[in-house]
Write a protein that binds this ligand. Structure first.
Ligand code: NAP
Length: 172
């Protein structure tokens, strides 16, 4: 059975997820970090791109991680809870994810885009932090021009500073 896949994203007011590929996400609010942890606790695996993983391997070390990388041909297990996976290799993403129930998709841009292009995102949790970078990485950068629709199901203000959490779902 296909797991439920939730993309979890923090963005600036100008829609950026980072200044550059190696930028650690240290600019989000404590309230968003609490929300992120609670969603990770409800997930049985994390999917993440290698650029993001390199910035966050420590905090994720106790979680089941599937790391997208082209440095392996297919899949390579590196410990009991760490799997390196090449989505351009022979194993389909469906087979890789089928043993899980709830997946937290942690990005970054390349991996969010891969999941959007393959119509694999069920839920999108978008936290807007009241900051502006003026430059940086977008959430998605897709090759095709198809419009993808989501429904807004919840809006929550997380703090007095004005951090807002939006929950979108793909229409079934
Ligand atoms: N604000 C937020 O919520 C948030 C969330 C996530 C990430 N970020 C930020 O986003 C930045 C990283 O984003 P990014 O787009 O540069 O990188 P990314 O998506 O984290 O990782 C890209 C890497 O994933 C691998 N990859 C991509 N597509 C693949 C495919 N089809 N098959 C196999 N491997 C594939 C490649 O790894 P190899 O080079 O090893 O082959 C590629 O270099 C970081 O600064 C991070 O902090 C922010």
């Amino acid at each position: 059975m296909k797991p439920n896949i939730s993309a979890i994203v923090a963005v600036t007011i100008d829609g950026k997820i980072a200044r550059h590929s190696g930028h650690f996400t240290d600019w989000t609010s404590p309230e968003d970090k609490t929300f992120l942890r609670s969603l990770l606790d409800k997930s049985d695996a994390v999917v993440i791109g290698n650029n993001t993983y390199k910035t966050a391997a420590g905090p994720l070390s106790k979680r089941n991680c599937i790391v997208f990388t082209r440095t392996v041909h297919d899949t390579e297990r590196r410990g009991s809870n760490l799997l390196y996976y090449n989505a351009d290799g022979p194993s389909s993403i469906g087979v890789i994810l089928e043993s899980y129930r709830a997946i937290a998709l942690l990005g970054g841009t390349q991996v969010y885009s891969y999941f959007l292009e393959h119509d694999l995102i069920d839920d999108l949790y978008l936290t807007i932090e009241p900051v502006v970078f003026g430059e940086g990485l977008d959430i998605f950068k897709c090759k095709n021009e198809a419009t993808v629709n989501f429904h807004l199901t919840a809006v929550k203000k997380l703090n007095d500073k004005g951090t807002v959490l939006l929950h979108y779902r793909r229409p079934s």
